[in-house]
Design a binder for this molecule. Structure first.
Ligand SMILES: NC(=O)c1ccc[n+]([C@@H]2O[C@H](COP(=O)([O-])OP(=O)(O)OC[C@H]3O[C@@H](n4cnc5c(N)ncnc54)[C@H](O)[C@@H]3O)[C@@H](O)[C@H]2O)c1
Length: 393
């Protein structure tokens, strides 16, 4: 019992350590002033050591409206795209936030890195493996920080899951099931940027599937994927009768729908591990199942959330055998960070800039996440298993 308490306190020390201020003022710009940029602005306004000095958006007047909403009028310069912003402001900036839709993550991040800027790029890293490779090359050439915006990583419960896997209590891990889903949850409250191919490029996998993959792959140290058999479908998104479109009086969203609303993959990982993954923006089912990590000495079950968003849905359970008895241990849920996971991810980025250190959510890991998504799409198109080949960078 005393041992358990100590490890919980240790978790908090790690987390709080990531969130400490450094004493300098960081100058940032936001590229893409849409929905998730609000989350950045909300947290940055609570940080007295961060200043946003420039905003860019492709949509005329959107950045100006955004500045007004967050009380930044007169304090920021506006630009019509990432290029003008970076060309004009690169010498004044410590880094940029790339909060554009998926299709422009790669070009914005690469342009910023080439200009010598640190980058926090929203998840998913990008759309294709080829783009991820180019981002990694630009990052390496620049020597700057490129981190990907997976804030669930900051959750003490995620850190606990990783600690459980690393403790050896599970023995050799050989099978993992992960994913999640929503009964009716295609995200269109703010328009179509999540569902059109020209803006999103990937659907449920880029929105929420990448979280499930990150949860388990980060927990076990991101082993390389070798092959994948993938399947994607769009039965709900292509249906003009889909309730989420009808309720908003936008049955035409079905014509615009150009990504997957469901994906499944069977992925062979290095080290003899099989990963079984599925993700749904919409399905005729309550849940597509909890996450389970099975090992030769023990297994862990991570309850899913009703509306999958990358967070742990309840107490994790560890199943083991002790002195000939089959036992199940419930892991107490750790309280959330006071500042929130999103603020902690911004802090972790600032800390990496300050220390010139490794990105908190590094691309040598997330390229694997992207390669799996890419492999599922390629395998689904080909109708057969495909090999995953991630070039050394
Ligand atoms: N971390 C999270 O919890 C979380 C939550 C939601 C969305 N996201 C991610 O954030 C990204 C953006 O999502 P959103 O809902 O804010 O989308 P959005 O469509 O509301 O906003 C994106 C904005 O980027 C702008 N843009 C695109 N390319 C640009 C460029 N080259 N230069 C300047 N502006 C550009 C668009 O005009 C648009 O206004 C997505 O990749 C999504 O996956 C992350």
């Amino acid at each position: 019992m005393a041992e358990e308490k100590k490890s919980i306190l240790d978790d908090f020390k790690v987390v709080q350590g990531e969130s400490q201020k450094s004493g300098r003022v960081f100058k940032l710009a936001i590229i893409g002033t849409g929905w998730i940029a609000d989350a950045y602005a909300n947290d940055i306004n609570k940080m007295d050591d961060v200043e946003v000095i420039a905003l860019a958006d492709l949509i005329d007047g959107k950045a100006e409206k955004f500045a007004k909403k967050w009380g930044w009028e007169g304090k920021v310069n506006y630009y019509p795209s990432h290029k003008e912003l970076i060309d004009a402001e690169k010498d004044n900036l410590d880094g940029v936030i790339v909060s554009t839709y998926n299709r422009t993550h790669a070009e914005c991040s690469i342009y910023a890195l080439n200009a010598g800027l640190n980058v926090i790029c929203e998840k998913p890293m990008c759309v294709t493996l080829e783009e991820a490779v180019e981002m990694r090359k630009a990052e390496k050439k620049s020597g700057k920080v490129l981190t990907i915006g997976f804030q669930p990583r900051m959750d003490p419960n995620m850190k606990k899951l990783k600690a459980i896997c690393e403790s050896g209590v599970l023995g050799k891990i050989y099978y993992i099931q992960t994913g999640g889903g929503r009964r009716r949850g295609i995200p269109v409250p703010f328009g179509t940027s999540f569902i059109e191919d020209k803006t999103a490029g990937i659907g449920a996998m880029g929105d929420i599937g990448c979280y499930s993959l990150d949860m388990v792959l980060n927990a076990i140290g991101y082993p390389k994927p070798l092959t994948v058999t993938g399947y994607v479908s769009d039965y709900f998104g292509k249906d003009p009768e889909y309730i989420g479109f009808k309720e908003r009086n936008h049955p035409e969203y079905a014509d615009k729908f150009g990504v997957e609303d469901f994906a499944a993959g069977f992925i062979r990982l290095e080290g003899g591990i099989m990963l079984d993954f599925r993700i749904a923006w919409a399905m005729n089912l309550d849940t597509s199942g909890d996450t389970i990590i099975m090992g030769t000495k023990g297994s862990v079950r991570v309850p899913s959330t009703e509306c999958w968003n990358g967070s742990i849905g309840g107490p994790m359970k560890i199943y083991t055998e002790v002195a000939g008895s089959q036992v199940c241990t419930e892991v107490p849920v750790l309280p959330p960070l006071k500042e929130g996971n999103f603020a902690a991810k911004i802090r972790a980025f600032l800390k990496a800039i300050e220390e010139g250190g490794k990105a908190p959510v590094p691309t040598d890991q997330i390229i694997i996440n992207q390669a799996i998504i890419d492999g599922i799409i390629k395998s689904s198109k080909a109708g057969k298993e495909v090999e995953i080949d991630i070039p050394e960078i």
